[in-house]
Design a protein around this ligand. Structure first.
Ligand SMILES: N[C@@H](CCC(=O)N[C@@H](CS)C(=O)NCC(=O)O)C(=O)O
Length: 234
């Protein structure tokens, strides 16, 4: 599959931004793999046995050995296939630490507040979530400036670990724009990220794995209705 006798299987769900990270990393590295779509309402035995801790996708199975958690998987791909395609993590230890730090920030601050903006229990909670999301974007704008060192990507001249971590959310950002008219990266708040998001979306390796936005919009509507119904019945 991946070449050199390696067998790679990815357990995923098409709309998941976490799965998208792994697809992007494999795509940028030029690695081939078998993709297995999971029904998260009826998880396969392979998923349950491969990720007994959280039972979530993505799971990458390399020669029979499962790796879980999107960020760990992308790091693993970069290390296990360091001779294939571009390096994703920087080589300098300090820059590597910074890339990992900002990737954690993307999940713990930016994504967490964005989820609150969409799924908060009250309007006030949602508004607070959106406020925190915009604050996180301003911080990420500064991180882009620091990591890219004036070049087009977080990784410099070519995409790196943070481009993958944040790039996986691009399709969902476009979906939010279509559904709610909210443009997260814009010229006033984050001009560098606004330019980055366009540049990233134009990459062939990214286009190859990005989900269709209309399909994502429909999926998001259904998910939202399910969340509302679950909240009403609890
Ligand atoms: N921190 C995990 C999050 C993965 C995650 O939340 N996956 C969702 C799909 S987007 C999932 O598998 N949900 C099924 C469940 O919670 O049972 C990662 O980065 O891989």
């Amino acid at each position: 599959m991946a070449g050199g006798g390696d067998e790679l299987k990815l357990l995923g769900m098409w709309a998941s931004p976490f799965v998208m990270r792994v697809k992007l990393a494999l795509s940028f590295k030029g690695l081939s793999y078998e993709y297995i779509e999971e029904d998260l309402g009826n998880k396969s035995d392979l998923l349950l046995s491969s990720n007994p801790i959280s039972k979530k996708v993505p799971v990458l199975i390399h020669n029979g050995k499962p790796i879980c958690e999107s960020q760990m998987i992308v790091q693993y791909i970069d290390e296990a296939f360091n001779a294939t395609g571009p390096a994703l993590l920087p080589t300098d230890p300090y820059d590597r630490a910074m890339a990992r730090f900002w990737a954690a920030f993307i999940d713990d601050k930016f994504l967490a507040s964005w989820i609150q903006a969409g799924r908060g229990k009250t309007e006030a909670e949602k508004a607070e979530g959106l406020k925190q999301t915009f604050a996180a974007i301003v911080t990420l704008e500064a991180a882009f400036k620091e990591c890219s060192k004036g070049k087009p990507f977080f990784g410099g001249d070519s995409v790196g670990y943070l481009d993958v971590a944040l790039g996986a959310l691009v399709a969902w950002m476009r979906t939010a724009e279509v559904r709610h008219g909210i443009r997260l990266f814009d010229a006033t708040r984050s001009p560098l990220l606004e330019a980055w998001v366009e540049r990233f979306g134009e990459l062939d390796a990214a286009k190859a794995v990005m989900p269709d936005i209309n399909r994502l919009v429909e999926h998001a509507k259904i998910r939202e209705a399910q969340v509302v119904a679950a909240a009403a019945s609890s």
